[in-house]
Structures are given as C-alpha cells and as structure tokens.
Design a protein around this ligand. Structure first.
Ligand code: I22
Ligand code: G3H
Length: 981
C-alpha cells in the first residue's frame, strides 16, 4: 500500500468523514489484522468499516502461504474437517478479528458505523430458504453486533433483505448495477424495518447498506461504445462524449432516490423510532480504464449517508492525492441527461445491468470455487491425501468417441430421472432407484468412510494393542465379503516391519487349512473370526479348528488371542462372548458383505497388520465426496458403462487387468460385480486373472478394466489388443462397443478410493439393470443344498451315495441326468475322458464363458495349473474364462453363475483327499464339508439348466490334474471350434 501521506494527522481519507461519507476498506486478510495494519488504518486514516467478498477471500486464503499453518492446525484438531468447513473457520476468524478492530468505531457511533461484511456462499444466490439459513448460521457463528451479512441483489437477495432486516440482522446488498434495482433494495430495507416495528421490535440497532458497483458500469458501457466506434458507428462523436460518464450518473441518480426517500413522511416515521438510513455504498471503486484518474470514482460520489469501500491501491491513491469535495447530490439533471443520451444512442442500460449482475454472481462463484479448491489442495497436502483418481475411457479405434458423445448426454434411467437426480436419489437412499424393494436398508456403505474416520480411535487403539501383544501373525478366518477385502489389503500392503503378518483363510480344503496351521506360529497368532451374519459355515468350523489348535499351542484358553468382527446380535457375538474374545468389533447391519471393506470387516485386519487405516479411509472419503450429485461424473460414467454392458448385452465379460500387486483387487471386484449384478438372468461376468492374449483369441464380448500405477505403461499385450479390437461394426446397439476403463493410482492408499468408486459405480450399474444389487438369492440356494447334504451326513455318517456316469482311469465323471445324457449323446456313447470333455467343450458358443470350478487347495501350484488350463481354453474356444476355487467362489461369482444369464459352461473339479482334517465338535471333517459344498453347488447349477460337468480325481491329485489337463488339450484340439477354425 502506498505510504505517501499515511500517518498524517490530516489526509484526504480522514476528511471524507467531514462530508458525511464513511471510508471502508475493501480487503481483509489474517496478517493484515494480526500485524495491526487494519488497526492503523482505523486509527490513522479514519477507516470505519471493512467489506469482504469471495474474491477477496480467494486472494487472501487461496493464494500464497499465509493460511497454511492455520489450516494445518485446524486439521490437527479435527481431521474430519472438509474444505468448506475449513474455509468458514478461517473466514469467520478473520471477520471476527476485523469486527474487534472496528468495535470502538461501532460503539462510538452507537451502531451507525464500524461494520464488517461477510458474504453468504455465492452458490445460494437463487435459493431463498438456503440463503436465509446460511445468513442466520453465519450471523450466529460470527456473533458480533457489527457484522453485516452480504447478499447479492438477485430476486432472492432482495426478498431476503426484507426478511433478515425484519429479523434484526444487518444486511449489505451487493452487486447493484441499476437505479431500478437499488430502489427495490431500499424498499426491501424499509419494509423490513416496518415489519420489525409492527412486531414491536427495536430498530435502532439495525443497519444496512446497498452496494452500488460503479466502475463495472463504465467498463461495460465504455466497452460497448468502443466496439461501436471500432465499427465506425455514425454516432461516434456522441458515443465518445459519453465515455466514462454513465457510472457516476447512475450513482448520482441512485443518491437522488435515497434523498427522496429520506425526505418522505414514511422515512420520518421510521426515523422517529431511531431507524438508521440504509446507506449507499460505492463499491467497485478502483479505476479500470487507465485513461481516467485513479481517484475518479471516489471523488465523484462523496456525500452524506454514503460509504465508499476502497481496495488497498485506491485507498492509497486517494490518501495520497485525492480531492475531497462534497460532490453529492451532484447535478441530477445532468445525470438524467447522460442516461437519456445513452438510451437515445441505443445503449441498453437495463440489459447491461442484468448482465453485470449475472456475471458478478458467476465471478463470485468462480472465485469461491477456486478458493475452496485451494483449501482442498492444502487439506490434502496436510493429510497426505492425493488427488481423486479418475477412471478414463479406454479408447478403442473409432468407436469410442461416438460412445462418449452419446452417453455423456444421455439418460439411461427413467424419463423423469436424470443422471444427477439418480445420484441424489442414491444419497437419499431411495429404493426405487433399483427395484423399490429393501435396497434402502443396505446403503450404510455410502457413509462408511466418514463413519470409520469418526471411530478412527478404536482402530488406532486396537492397532496399538496388537503391536504390544507381540504377535507374529494375524490370521483372518472368513468368507467372501469378510475375506476378500482383507486379502486385497494383505496383497497390496504386505508385511509391515515390526507388525504381525496378515494371512487370510477362506477355504474348507483340508490341505489348505493344514498348510495354514503349519505356516503360522499358533501361539503367537491373533485370530480374527469375521462373519457378518455369524451363521456362515466356513468361519464357524475354521474357528472351531483354530480355537482347539491355539488352545493346544498355548496350553490355556486362547480367548485373548481371538477377535470377532460381526454384526450386532449375531451368533458370532454370542460365541465371542462365551469364549472371552479379546475384542469384538461390530459391523454396520446396513452394509452387505461385499460392500464392507471400508467398515470394520476390512479396517480391523488392516489395523492389526499395521496398515494406514486413516489414509485408506481419508481416500475413500475423498471419493465419497466426489460422488456427490455435482461431481459424480467419474463414478457415474463407470457405472453407466458397466450398466450398459450388464443390461442384456453379451459384452458383459468385465475383464479386470491389474498391474503387479494391483492384480489382487481382482477377487474383491469380482465378488462386488458378480454378486451384485448376477441375478434375474442378467449379470456382469467378471473375468479376473486372465492374462491378455492375442486379439484373435477373443470374442466381441469384453469390457476391460485396467488398473495400474501412474507412470506404469499399459500391459503391451492389452494395449495391442485394444488397438486391434474394433467393435465399430457391432450391430444396432452402439453401447456394445465399449472396451472399458483405465484407472491409474498415484499411491497405494488410493485403494480406498478404488473401493468406493467401484462400490458406487456398481450401484449405478445395478440401477440401470433394474436389479437389487444388495441381495444374493442364489448363494443362499447353494448353502441350502450343502446344509441338506451335511445333515444327511450327520444322520447317517455318509453323504448320500452318487454314481459317476463314466469313469476313465482315475477320472470319474458326474453330472445330473440331463447333463449326463446330453454329454453321452454328444460323445457318441464313448465314455473316455477326451470324448466327454470334448462334448462339454463343444457346448460352448460364441459369447459364452467357461468356468473352471476347482474344489482343491488354492496353492500356488494349483493356481498355476488352473491358469494354464483356462488360457488353453480361452485360446482354443475364443471365449472368456474364469478359474475359481471352491468353496471360495460360492460366496462370490457363484451368484452370477447361477442367477445370471445361461451363458456359462462349467467344469467342476473335485478330488479324493489324501489327508483329511477333523473339525472339533463337529461330526464331519473339512473334506466332507468341501465335498458337500461341491455337490450342493453342482445341484443348483443343474437345477438352473446350466451346462455343467464334474470331474472327480481319484488317487493322487497332482497326477490326476496332469491327466485332466492333457485330456482337455486333446479334447480341445478335436473339438469343433478348433477343427472349424
Ligand atoms: O463488499 C463489497 C460491496 O459490498 C465489495 O467487496 C465489492 O464486492 C467489491 O468492491 C467489488 O467486488 C470490486 O469490484 P471490482 O473492482 O473488481 O469491479
Ligand atoms: O460375502 C459374504 C459371505 O457369504 C460371508 O458372509 P458372512 O460375513 O455373513 O459370514
């Protein structure tokens, strides 16, 4: 600020008061208040008020480092603060600080001066209810009598001026560009006062100003004049003469109107009751056209009952060389003549003022958004959160731009439900978004990140306990939704030095269970038994097994080494209490298993393993915030892409490619998509773990999701595949051309965002598919069949007998009569393995998928075997393939295989168990349970008319697997597909 005449006992600024004008400062900032500079201006230069607006706060808070320490401090106190709250706290603090500095002025003038203005959010400019609420909220939050709440002069703002004035709130109405609007604003103020009087309230302490923007009027008019001059307008001389005159003329006429009103009997009545006039405040007083004097607008409009708010540079200029002369009321007739001349010359002032108001609102909105973005960037920096991830469409030859264009604007829901309305309705928990059933009761996941952060202390305390417990391992026992999220976390974040290593067991295979028991140090293992319902068979029998094992290893009741994660009032809670578990964590009963990773089901194991729970939840919250109706484009776009391919299209093989550790997201995503959408004959069929292959091995039914770290190049095979794939010739339905999305992460904590993004997108997809994404009827069906078989076992000591319909050496073939007959017939009566497998493979048609369902231990060797077989089948049959292990997939893709479209061809693999394991307290073994699960699964597949065949390996498993893959290889070579190609 220029200091030329600062500190002089007398200077032009100080002399303004003598003309009845109050000079205010059009600026605010923390340092400016803290350094005493504002105080000095008040003391030495006679400044008697302060105005702020979103642009001013943007300059103060949004630019530079001034507020960085304060933002960090606020976040240290409360890490859950969002950007709007941070801004508000900062702004309120500044406004209060300025109010304090100006309090002596306020008191000395008995409330006639000494005000500080604080503007309501510019986004509320057209909403009356919200404006009023916000005005009250800010008024109460600042809690200073010399505050003025600032509203824009929109219709809503004018109306609210009356209401708020009547309620005793001081109002500054801003963005005035015409005398007509000013008259309405003054009228609103008078009416507000009158209403207040009518209610018997005191009006002496109610103040108001009407902010008339001066220089912007000249900028608009002069701009139009210049445009016409450049075009060689015939009125050029008259137009030129009008340059720089209209703004002051408007000001003079506005002032004339004020005087008229102040001279009226109506005002006299109010004045008698102690009313203060609503002062005219000249805003936008800096000169924009360098050809004019830098004090032009101040000098032209000096008079009683006015305020002039000066930005620092104008203030310094006026203090330095301003001329003080009471220029108001001015030459009113001359001012009228200027306006008349403008009209004669075709300058449409009313239209210009409307435009200026609209532009003013937009500019404040922009400034506010920039300010909030700056605060958000700082918040993220302090909390160590990175940018929101954004799924990008994977472009595929010519087809994609067309798709983007079509879907960007199109609405896939109902004619009454546009995209943003859909998002609003999801947040409003409206079940009609889906099927109008019970969906509203399953939306607890929407707020899981925030809920988790609110309970962060419980995770942090637990983590501390676990660390102090000296455990070497954490073993999570659970299935599906209770195990797949923790498994992703384990694979991605690994073993953190100084913390126990996390393991996840979701199998009933005796070999796999025994292997896990041998792998961990049972005496130093913390067991997390995880089951939402508490009634799931697998976690219960795994608990029975490991409880006994731990008891043996510890030589005492091991309760302290056990943790339960379950929904309130479940049988698991009862078990945990009876057994004296060290901790019991409760899930939210409004979150289904596959949506539970951000709830205690994912966060408890994460905390135990020393992972950054806060960081994950912060990232998830960031994505949740992104999924609001205004910003949800990314989740919406992904969801719509998925919804389109899931709505009856054959391009529903959602092929997930995750680079490096991110491949581990596959099984979690697989469950989310398959269980949520695979029902009523519709489904997204997830294909995970399939390595990208040569383009000619694919059908036209893929939708890719490529997840990788930023900077990593796309898998070259996938890249080549996408370049070659061209669905542009797909029939009628343009949506069949989607190749998919790619998502890049900057850091691993963004996994929190990935989880939330896919949860939200899946809910959107299900809305398009018109299904309930939160039930899993066909998973239940398998469980029922398994229970029946096990109860037979309990009664008879055996599973019901069954006969293979064919045997070839160590390979025995089982199926229901329909499938067995069809296969035997297709094999021409031959019952050797190659003929039967060939018959099964020949049932595969383009657009189908093959599911290899192996009820064997999920060991690295067996995974490699399954992968080899599935790639061989993919390449030979040109269809999507899934390689799954039972019973794990029953809690996941099993739903879609049974409830989705009948496009799956299944090869179930079971085996004799070389070594079985007893389950303490149960009549059956793990081997029996797994066998019953395979049979229950098959029964339901058969009941749903699926093309299914079971191969049972007798004798040594590895040899059997080898024989099976050899037989498949031959069968494939002989199968029609290959022969015909
Ligand atoms: O509070 C007010 C008016 O009440 C002021 O802060 C007002 O917003 C500013 O004077 C203007 O925004 C500045 O306008 P301009 O100089 O950028 O045209
Ligand atoms: O996906 C969920 C699984 O079926 C396990 O359910 P649960 O957590 O109730 O044991």
């Amino acid at each position: 600020m220029a200091e030329a005449s600062a500190g002089r006992t007398d200077n032009p600024l100080k002399r303004l008061a003598g003309c009845g004008q109050a000079p205010w400062l059009d600026f605010i900032s923390r340092d400016f208040i803290a350094s005493g500079d504002l105080y000095k201006l008040v003391q030495e230069d006679g400044i008697t008020g302060v105005t702020s607006n979103p642009a001013i706060f943007e300059k103060a808070i949004g630019q530079g480092e001034e507020y960085a320490p304060e933002i960090a401090r606020l976040l240290q106190e409360d890490k859950l603060l969002r950007r709007e709250q941070i801004y508000e706290r900062l702004a309120i603090e500044d406004i209060r600080g300025a109010c304090e500095v100006l309090k002596p002025v306020y008191e000395a003038t008995s409330g006639r001066d000494g005000y500080v203005s604080f503007e309501v959010s510019p986004f509320l400019a057209h909403d009356s209810w919200e404006t009023e609420q916000e005005a009250h909220r800010l008024w109460e939050a600042v809690d200073r009598p010399n505050l003025m709440i600032k509203l824009p002069a929109t219709d809503v703002g004018v109306e609210e001026t009356k209401t708020l004035t009547a309620q005793g709130i001081n109002v500054n109405v801003t963005l005035l560009f015409s005398v007509a609007t000013y008259a309405r604003v003054l009228e609103a103020y008078l009416r507000g006062l009158e209403q207040r009087v009518a209610r018997g309230k005191d009006i002496r302490q109610v103040a108001g100003v009407a902010s008339f923007f001066i220089s912007r009027i000249d900028s608009a008019v002069d701009g139009e004049i210049d445009r016409r001059l450049a075009e060689g307008d015939p009125d050029s001389a008259a137009l030129k003469a009008l340059r720089g005159k209209v703004a002051v003329a408007c000001g003079v006429l506005a002032y004339a109107h004020l005087q008229e009103v102040l001279a009226s009997p109506r005002w006299a009545a109010l004045a008698a009751k102690g009313a203060q006039p609503q002062r005219l405040l000249w805003a936008s007083t800096s000169t924009k056209d360098k050809a004019y004097s830098d004090t032009k607008y101040v000098e032209a409009l000096i008079g009683p009952h006015t305020v002039d708010t000066l930005p620092p540079a104008t203030l310094a200029a006026f203090r330095d060389h301003g001329t003080v002369r009471q220029s108001l009321p001015g030459d009113v007739e001359a001012a009228r003549a200027v306006i008349a001349e403008a009209e004669r010359l075709g300058l449409d002032l009313p239209k210009m003022s409307e435009k200026l108001l609209a532009e003013g609102c937009t500019a404040f909105e922009k400034a506010f958004e920039t300010l909030l973005d700056a605060v958000e960037a700082r918040r993220m920096e302090v909390l160590g959160i990175s940018e929101p991830i954004a799924p990008k469409l994977i472009s595929c030859k010519a087809a994609y731009p067309l798709w983007v264009e079509e879907t960007a604007s199109c609405c896939y829901f109902t004619p009454e439900c546009e995209d943003d309305e859909l998002i609003q309705r999801i947040w409003a928990r409206d079940p009609k978004v889906w099927t109008g059933g019970k969906e509203g009761e399953w939306l607890g996941w929407l707020s899981a990140p925030r809920d988790g952060l609110e309970h962060i202390k419980q995770y942090e305390d637990f983590a501390r306990d676990v660390k102090a417990g000296g455990y070497t391992d954490v073993l999570l026992l659970g299935m599906g939704g209770s195990s797949l999220g923790p498994e992703v976390l384990k694979e991605v974040f690994g073993h953190v030095p100084g913390w126990p290593e996390l393991h996840v067991l979701d199998s009933t295979d005796p070999e796999q269970v025994a292997e896990m028991a041998a792998k961990v140090d049972l005496a130093k293992t913390l067991f997390i038994v995880s089951s939402k319902s508490g009634s799931t068979l697998e976690p219960n029998i795994l608990f029975a097994y490991f409880w006994a094992a731990a008891e043996k290893a510890l030589g005492k009741a091991p309760g302290a080494h056990f943790v339960a994660v379950t929904d309130p009032n479940s049988s698991m809670e009862k078990t945990a209490k009876e057994h004296g578990f060290g901790h019991i964590f409760f899930g939210n009963a409004q979150i289904g298993g596959r949506y539970s990773v951000l709830s205690p089901f994912g966060m408890v194991p994460a905390a135990a393993a020393g992972y950054n729970v806060r960081g994950l939840l912060e990232n998830a919250l960031l994505m949740a915030d992104q999924c609001n109706p205004e910003d949800a484009w990314d989740a919406l776009s992904l969801g719509k892409g998925l919804g389109c391919v899931g709505s009856g299209s054959s391009s529903n093989k959602v092929t997930f490619v995750g680079s490096g550790k991110l491949a581990a997201v596959g099984p979690w995503l697989e469950q989310l998509l398959a269980e949520s959408t695979g029902k009523q004959g519709k489904a997204l069929i997830p294909i995970i773990g399939e390595a990208p292959g040569a383009p000619d091995k694919y059908g036209e039914d893929r939708f890719f999701i490529d997840l990788r770290m930023a900077g990593e190049t796309q898998d070259p095979k996938l890249k080549a595949l996408l370049e070659v794939m061209d669905y542009s010739l797909a029939p009628d339905w343009v949506d069949e051309k989607y190749p998919g999305y790619e998502i890049q992460m900057d850091n691993l904590l963004q996994l929190g965002q990935v989880f939330y993004l896919f949860e939200f997108a899946t809910a959107v997809a299900a809305a398009m598919m018109e299904i309930n994404p939160f039930d899993q009827p066909d998973v239940e069906a398998s469980k029922v069949e398994t229970r029946k078989l096990l109860s037979t076992y309990e009664q008879t000591g055996k599973l019901p007998p069954e006969e293979p319909f064919a045997v070839d050496g160590d390979l025995a073939f089982y199926a229901d009569p329909r499938n067995a007959e069809a296969l035997k017939k297709a094999a021409g009566g031959r019952t050797d393995a190659v003929s039967l497998l060939k018959a099964q493979l020949e049932r595969v048609k383009p657009g189908d998928y093959v599911g290899l369902l192996a009820y064997i231990a999920r060991t690295p060797g067996h995974i490699a075997w399954a992968q080899e077989v599935r790639h061989m089948l993919r390449d030979g049959l040109h269809v999507a393939t899934a390689a799954e292990f039972g019973p794990r997939f029953l809690h996941s893709t099993g739903q879609a295989y049974k409830g989705g479209p009948n496009t799956g061809v299944f090869l179930q693999v079971t085996s004799d168990k070389a070594k079985d394991l007893e389950i303490p307290g149960h009549p059956y073994t793990f081997g029996v349970v797994q066998a019953a699960q395979a049979r229950g699964d098959f029964d339901v597949l058969a009941a749903r008319d699926r093309r299914a065949l079971r191969v049972h390996i007798r004798g040594p498993l590895e040899e059997g697997l080898k024989k099976l893959s050899q037989a498949l290889q031959i069968a494939l070579k002989e199968a029609d597909h290959v022969r015909g190609s």
